[in-house]
Ligand binder design. Structure first.
Ligand SMILES: Nc1ncnc2c1ncn2[C@@H]1O[C@H](COP(=O)(O)OP(=O)(O)OP(=O)(O)O)[C@@H](O)[C@H]1O
Ligand SMILES: [Mg+2]
Length: 364
């Protein structure tokens, strides 16, 4: 590890190279590449692309403002990036089948190494806030950095997940790698409600979702989707609504909490999922801040954050402040476009969230 400084020239060199961004639609299109050629094609692409991405993230971490670049949690992440970068740049481009298997194992290790990045960075931000080194005024600057960082991280992780899944023998013809070509959003929503109730019970909160949440499904279309990611997004939105109705029930007598989830088709390209709660609502002055990674109105003490991987659901209902911004990154990736979550809210009345989900029916 003490050798890291001498590799900085190499990192600098890679960080100047131009990476190729991928979109979900590109991954979907690769369904047209012959099965035998897919692994070879992706191996080449990942071997070339990943070190560039890793080098760029190291540079980003080094340039973080407000002392964050020297924070303990950020150092930890930098070490992961440096280690992965070195592992990949110390091997020759895989050619034979045997090389590809070795390469795949390296990628697998790298994928696991970086699993806890989200929560680790959150911890870093929390520490900074606690030392009064980060205020709401500075948050937008960190926002730009984190948005880029997480967007890139999501992109490359999805690519690696798709690559690794090609080595597994999944005979289910509905699946192309990690993509379920026939996903049903309503099923995902019912799974989420079940899992959310589990978390509620674990946290000993007095709320029965079956009595509160009504699901109105007006579509019966199946879409190609990386379900883990759509699950995450809707899970975060429903968690927020649940927290909001709990917050309101704490201040209002004779209150009847309700959350309506509606799934509608807008046109042949998009589904609209509307989540409407009559919870505590969002103050007008906070409307912009809810998208900040460090903004939360939760009273949960983030000191208790346990370092967990991306899709771990053992957690309180709220507390980190990254539910919304990360959801936005995920849904934008799934839709291969921007601005897919819209939020309207009136303080003390309730909140309506509109989530657009692209159908990609040309791939069905
Ligand atoms: N449906 C909602 N009703 C009221 N407030 C909401 C709603 N959704 C989001 N908010 C506000 O936006 C803030 C940020 O939401 P976000 O999901 O990003 O973080 P969080 O819920 O506080 O923490 P976590 O990272 O655990 O999700 C919340 O703390 C809350 O103040
Ligand atoms: Mg949340």
């Amino acid at each position: 590890m003490n050798n890291f400084p001498i590799f900085y020239n190499k990192i600098f060199d890679y960080s100047l190279r131009k990476g190729n961004h991928i979109k979900f639609i590109d991954i979907l299109k690769s369904i047209n590449i012959k099965k035998e050629e897919r692994i070879v094609y992706l191996t080449k692409h990942i071997y070339k692309e990943t070190p560039i991405r890793l080098a760029n993230r190291v540079t980003d971490l080094n340039n973080l403002p407000f002392g964050l670049s020297k924070n303990h949690s950020i150092n930890k992440i930098r070490t992961w990036y440096l280690t992965s970068f070195l592992e990949l740049t110390n091997i020759k481009e895989p050619q034979s089948e045997k090389d590809i298997v070795i390469f795949k194992n390296i990628i697998n290790n790298i994928y696991s190494r970086h699993s806890n990045t989200l929560v680790t960075i959150s911890k870093g931000l929390y520490e900074l806030k606690k030392e009064n080194k980060l205020s709401d005024i500075e948050a937008p600057m960190i926002q730009t950095f984190l948005d880029r960082f997480y967007k890139n991280r999501t992109e490359i992780r999805i690519l690696l997940e798709q690559y690794l899944s090609l080595f597994e023998n999944n005979n289910d013809e509905n699946y192309f790698g990690i993509i379920n070509l026939k996903s049903e959003p309503v099923k995902i929503i019912y799974d989420i409600i079940n899992d959310l109730q589990f978390i509620i019970n674990q946290n000993r909160l007095d709320i029965l979702l079956d009595d509160i949440i009504n699901v109105h499904n007006n579509v019966n279309i199946k879409i190609p989707c990386m379900e883990n990611y759509l699950y995450y997004v809707i899970f975060e939105l429903l968690k927020n609504s649940t927290q909001a109705v709990l917050d309101k029930s704490a201040i209002e007598n004779n209150y009847k909490p309700s959350i309506n989830v509606k799934i509608n088709s807008i046109d042949s390209n998009y589904i609209l999922i509307t989540i409407e709660d009559n919870g505590i609502g969002i103050k007008e002055k906070d409307m912009e801040k809810i998208w900040y990674y460090s903004f939360t109105t939760s009273l949960f003490d983030s000191e208790n954050i346990i370092e967990e991987s991306d899709f771990n659901t053992i957690s309180p209902l709220s507390g980190l402040g990254y539910g919304l911004p990360i959801s936005e990154i995920y849904i934008n990736f799934l839709n291969s476009s921007k601005n897919n979550i819209k939020i309207n809210s009136v303080y003390k009345k309730g909140t309506t969230v509109y989530l657009y989900v692209k159908c990609y029916n040309e791939y069905l």
